[in-house]
Design a protein around this ligand. Structure first.
Ligand code: GLU
Length: 471
């Protein structure tokens, strides 16, 4: 049975790239009936923070990326890493290195000056016990390096990457890399191998920025005599300007998209399209469909581009698919944050607003006038209002006409508006926008007569009178 994992380092929020990696692992595992494991790689004591772990878990739950096992925390597995290191040291497969970061840096600079690639020169491999004791007495704390099996420098470390194809690198391009830092914490390349082995991971799928780590990990499997899992390195995500996706391109944390009013399902759908294809000429999918259609062979090897308009389009389509009850539920936190109240006819209001909505925020921002008297006037509305000032006093006449209506419906509303416009000799196309602005603060919105019909008559009348009295 296939076992996959998502192994984020809690050194920042779950961002779009990490979420896409998690999603591809999830889709693959679900598709083949495998297991999806969550492992938090929190061995870097300086950069890992518990609040990031919590945020990662929260974002994954929100997206619907439910893990079958874990979360495992590397910080709770230190004993196991020590055990493996003990084995490596005892068998001469790893050794203590007393060189300080400053010394290493100086040697790197020196190599650079001479135009040579820098490699650790193994000087600590040959230290005698007395020399080690002396260094320890100086207060030096050793790091631990793996001893590369490089008797044949031309030997190639190879793997068949399920996305990138065959990859190989000569062992002479590597050096005795550190597996335990001088503070006793294991490095990523070491802990990841111990964990992937112990957790029975069969396929390691991760961002292509890890390709350079893979040969080191393969060597560790080899030295430890463990089975090497399959590897798949998925393409980077670029911003629309084709540079690596970063904060410059707007939101990158998943939680930020939630705040901006994107549906979890839409985000799931959008992320699944970043670097993979499903059916031709189709963009909108339900999560279950993506599980069925996911195919690792259809992951592209070139970078994916984050297309913001596409995300908006997909979100809009998923908004349309929600039932009104589901939509109301999704909007609840946004309404609460603004302190807005649901009108009795919320279903009608939501139908009207949905026609123009791309995000959940659009409902509360573009539709604020349905939920509060304290609605925002947008810039365009201000300008148009100034231009139509001469028509504003007539809003009081319209308020009278509305009050006199026997029935509050779109047809009667339209007739009353046309009558007032005719009486005052205003062109409807000039007058009607002034009415819209007075009651909603916007120049665009749902069809005007239906919009008014969906509002309580006394609210409309009150807003018209207030606007008329302000000239
Ligand atoms: N902790 C690593 C990261 O967040 C995991 C890489 C891997 O999947 O092996 O980049």
């Amino acid at each position: 049975m296939e076992r996959l994992r998502f192994a984020p380092s809690p050194t920042g929020y779950l961002h779009v790239g990490g979420a896409r990696t998690a999603l591809f692992n999830y889709l693959y595992a679900k598709k083949v009936g495998g297991t999806f494991i969550l492992r938090i790689e929190d061995t870097d004591p300086e950069r890992s923070k518990p609040e990031y772990s919590e945020q990662i878990l929260r974002s994954m739950k929100w997206l619907g990326l439910h893990w079958d096992e874990g979360p495992y925390y590397q910080s709770k597995r230190m004993e196991r890493y020590r055990e493996v290191v003990g084995y490596l040291l005892d068998n001469g497969l790893a050794y203590e290195c007393f060189c300080t970061p400053e010394e290493l840096e100086a040697r790197r600079k020196e190599a650079q000056k001479q135009g040579k690639p820098y490699k650790y020169d193994r000087r600590c491999l040959y230290l005698s016990e007395e020399e080690k004791e002396k260094l320890r007495a100086e207060g030096r704390k050793p790091a631990i390096r793996i001893k590369l099996p490089d008797e044949n420098p031309d030997r190639e470390i190879k793997w068949h990457d399920l996305v990138k194809g065959d990859i190989s690198i000569k062992i002479s391009e590597l050096d005795d890399f550190i597996i335990v830092r001088s503070d006793g914490t294991p490095t990523y390349n070491f802990a990841v191998v111990v964990d992937d082995h112990d957790m029975g991971v069969t396929l390691v799928m991760r961002g292509e920025d890890h390709i350079s780590n893979t040969p080191k990990q393969i060597i560790l499997y080899e030295i430890l005599g463990w089975d090497v899992p399959k590897f798949a390195h998925i393409p980077m995500i670029l911003g629309e300007d084709k540079t690596k996706l970063s904060k410059r391109h707007g939101a990158v944390s998943v939680e930020e998209y939630k705040k901006q009013g994107y549906l979890a399902k839409a985000m799931f759908n959008f992320l699944a399209l970043l670097g993979a294809s499903y059916e031709e000429n189709r963009e909108v999918y339900e999560p279950e469909e993506l599980i069925q259609l996911f195919d690792i062979n259809k992951i592209t090897s070139h970078p994916a581009v984050f297309d913001h308009d596409k995300l908006r389009h997909i979100n809009r389509e998923h908004l349309k698919r929600l039932s009104l009850e589901e939509l109301k539920r999704e909007l609840e936190p946004f309404m609460e944050e603004k302190g807005y109240q649901w009108p009795d006819n919320w279903e009608v209001v939501l139908e009207l607003l949905r026609e123009r909505a791309y995000t959940l925020l659009d409902f509360v921002d573009k539709g604020d006038f349905f939920f509060t008297d304290d609605f925002q006037w947008d810039e365009k509305a201000q300008k148009q209002w100034e231009k139509g000032k001469d028509m504003v006093p007539a809003l009081a006449d319209l308020a009278d006409a509305f009050e006199a209506l026997p029935q509050w419906n779109a047809e009667n509303i339209e007739q009353a508006m046309r009558d007032v416009a005719a009486k005052k000799d205003f062109k409807p196309r000039k007058f009607f926008p002034i009415v819209r602005i007075a009651v909603s603060g916007k120049t665009v919105g749902p069809s005007l007569f239906h919009m008014l019909e969906a509002m309580p008559k006394d609210t409309v009348v009150r807003r018209l009178r207030k606007a008329a009295s302000q000239v």
